[in-house]
Structure formats: C-alpha cells, structure tokens
Design a protein around this ligand. Structure first.
Ligand code: SF4
Length: 414
C-alpha cells in the first residue's frame, strides 16, 4: 500500500441544482424543480451514512479522517440553510472532519442569501468558489449568467465581511463576444479584487452543451458565431498565465492559479493520487483497496436513477497499468510535474522505462521538459495537454499487473 493510500480523505458533495442552465454547461446539473431538493438531500445523507458499509462489502477502504470537503455543482447556494445543516450533520457523523479542514462551497454570484451565508459560517465553511466566468456583463449575459460585475464585487465584500476571505473566481476563455481586450479586462478586475485563487478554463467544445453543439454543427442561437476561435482562445489562456503570474497568482495546475500557500487542498487530491469520495449525482470516488489496489466509483448521472438507488455506484478496479498511466497524466497537470524517484519507488523501474520513448519525443517537440528529477509540461505543452496525456495510454501491456518493483537503480528517462 502506498503512502498516498493512507492520506486524509477529500469529500465531494454534488449539488446539481441551478436556477438557469448556462449555454456552455456540460455538467449533469439542471434546473430541477426546487421541490426535489428535499428528496435529493435526503438521498445524499443516506448515501453518506451508508458508504462505509458499501466500501466494506466491495473490499475498498474508506479513510475515517477528512481534511477537505467540497460542495460543488450545480449551484450549492440554491440549498436552504436546513439542507446544508443536514448534509454537514451526516458528514460529521460519518467522518472525523479535521478542525483545520478546508471546506469549500461553490456559489453563483447574486444567489447567496444572508441565511445561506450565515449557515455556511456556522458549518465552518472557510472557502468559497464563485462562478464568475466573465467580469464583462455582456459576455456573462450572452451565456445565460444572471449576474453582472457589480453583483460579483458586492458578493466579494459580503463574503469578506462574513469572515470568508479564501475565495476562488472561475473565468472562461473563449466565450461568445469575448475579445483579447475584454479578456484582459476580466483578468485585471479579478486581480484587482485581491482574491487569492483564480481558475481559468478554456471553453469546452463538445456536444454536451448547447453552445458546444452549436459550435460543432452550426447555428446562431447561442452565439457560436461570435466565439473567438481556437487560436485566439489559446492566446487568451497564455495571456492569463502571464498576467496572473505577474499579479502574484502562481500557476500550480493547468487551470489553477493561487497566491503562495493558497492552492486548493481539495483539488490537489485529484491530481496527487490520494483518496477522495464523492456523494450525489454523477459524483466519482477514488479509493484504495485492501491489497494495494485502487478502485474508482461513479454515481448515476440521471436524477431519477440516483434518487431510486443512491447506494449502488458503479465500481471499477483500477489495474496496475491504469494506476501508472494516471500517475503520469494527472501528475503532468501539476506545474511541478511528475517526480521520477517517487514514481519509481511506488511502481518500479518499468513505470519509467516504458514511457521513455513517449517522454523523449515530447521533449524534442518542446511539449515536455525535465529537470530536478521531474518531468513537466512546457507552457506550450499546456495548450496540447489532452493530446499529450493520450500518448501515455496503451504504452504498457495490460499484463503488467506483475511489474517488477526494482527500487535499486536510478533510471534516466530524458
Ligand atoms: S451554474 Fe454551473 S453547473 Fe449550473 S448551469 Fe451554469 S455552468 Fe452549469
């Protein structure tokens, strides 16, 4: 069992209720009737309380101590205070939540009631992630957001007055109507607010959102014709890396920037290969087994199926090959990259040698770089991250369950 298997747990709770569906959204969230909230929260609490028994039956380990909780969505700020209380009661009954745990709630600007904020503080919420997407009002409105810049600034003041200063702002590059100048304006406003964390995403173009479908198949309803295009969006991303870095928000992952010491503890768990558990619609978990193996679980992504049976996620054992591949491409998401000695210590020499060709080719192309016994993406490589990650799949033969654990020699990979 690796040391990471015994790390404290991260807990994710999915609240897929939104007041309106943003045109770019490809999540399982929706504008479900508010009347369904009671039943949904009841199902989540059942799931939280029953998960340990489920894990035992499936030979998975569920760590007892948790040092991060993340309520995401959807829009968790649609919950009533008593819903929040019910969820935290179930979590604290089922887990030992550390006193210094990072507890994050995602909120939509303009949708944070005083009562909700007060209950967050009572429950120990110490971090808020705001789905801003753009500080330019016409851009936010074009994708269905219901807030403007002044609303966001007012919410930031309210959160700080309530004692929550650890705040993330989400921004999206590539929105309809966005230009290089308007993007710089959004970045500058984000910097001027003094928030310690900003996440920057490039618009997803896939058929799971209305805007994405329109981009793929044509149409004018959602503004696809007015999106900046791939090259301009890539340039916006590079501008974000430069501006945020100059403003003291250092990039620590492909999409995430933080002032020193204010990285998201919860999100780091997804890339560092430590256990996390997810509750609610479409929530995923990654948990160690009893014998050095790991498991991934996935809840239903259809509301009716989840409510019918919140206790039976799909369970998949992650093969040893899969663990090594994930360690590569999840590690490469981090700015610090993949530590070769750590990879070798955990999986043996072959976890390095098998990928030497892939790494060397990407280094030659200027997409990866090496130094201080680590391999990392170059700034250019971050623009092609998904393509690079795909190269790490299917390199090892599926029979590598019995990889030799040769801890004795150092391997030079690049
Ligand atoms: S608020 Fe977030 S989850 Fe809800 S529709 Fe918009 S992007 Fe999707």
């Amino acid at each position: 069992m690796s040391a990471s298997a015994t790390a404290p747990l991260g807990i994710y709770v999915s609240i897929p209720f939104c007041r309106a569906k943003c045109t770019y959204c490809n999540f399982a969230s929706d504008v479900f009737p508010a009347a369904r909230l009671d039943g949904y929260v009841h199902a989540i609490c059942r799931e939280i309380r029953g998960r340990r028994t489920h894990c035992l039956a499936k030979r998975m380990q569920l760590p007892g101590g948790a040092d991060s909780i993340y309520l995401g969505g959807g829009t968790p700020s649609t919950l009533a205070p008593h819903h929040l209380r019910q969820i935290f009661d179930a979590l604290r009954e089922s887990f030992d939540v550390f006193p210094d745990a990072e507890i994050t709630v995602e909120c939509a600007p303009g949708q944070i009631s005083d009562a909700f904020l007060a209950e967050c503080c009572t429950q120990g919420v110490n971090r808020v992630s705001l789905g801003v997407q753009s500080f330019v009002d016409a851009e936010a409105a074009a994708v269905g957001r219901r807030h403007g810049r002044s609303t966001v600034l007012a919410d930031l003041a309210r959160l700080r007055a309530a004692g929550v200063s650890n705040i993330n702002v989400d921004l999206i590059a590539g929105l309809p109507r966005q230009t290089a100048a308007s993007w710089r304006e959004s970045l500058q406003v984000a910097l001027d607010t003094g928030v310690p964390h900003v996440s920057v995403y490039m618009l997803d173009v896939d058929e799971d959102s209305r805007l994405g479908r329109e981009l793929l198949t044509g149409g004018e309803k959602y503004g696809a014709q007015r999106t900046p295009g791939d090259e301009a969006t890539a340039a916006m991303y590079e501008e974000a890396c430069a501006m945020l870095g100059q403003g003291g928000l250092l990039q620590y992952e492909i999409s995430n920037f933080a002032r020193p010491g204010q990285q998201s503890r919860h999100n780091l768990k997804y890339w560092d290969g430590v256990p996390y558990v997810g509750f609610g619609l479409d929530a995923h978990s990654c948990l160690p087994g009893r014998d050095g193996d790991w498991f991934r679980t996935a809840n239903p992504d259809a509301m009716d199926s989840y409510l019918e049976d919140p206790m039976s996620p799909a369970v998949e054992r992650i093969s040893r090959t899969g663990q090594i591949e994930e360690r590569w491409f999840l590690g490469l998401r981090r700015t610090c990259g993949v530590s070769l000695p750590e990879l070798q210590a955990e999986f043996g020499t072959e976890a390095l040698t098998a990928f030497a060709g892939v790494v060397q080719a990407a280094v030659k192309e200027g997409l990866l770089e090496h130094g201080h016994a680590r391999i990392r993406l170059t700034p250019r490589g971050r623009l092609f991250a998904n393509e690079i990650f795909a190269r790490f799949l299917d390199v090892l033969p599926p029979v590598s369950e019995a990889l030799p654990r040769n801890l004795e020699h150092e391997v030079t990979i690049a």
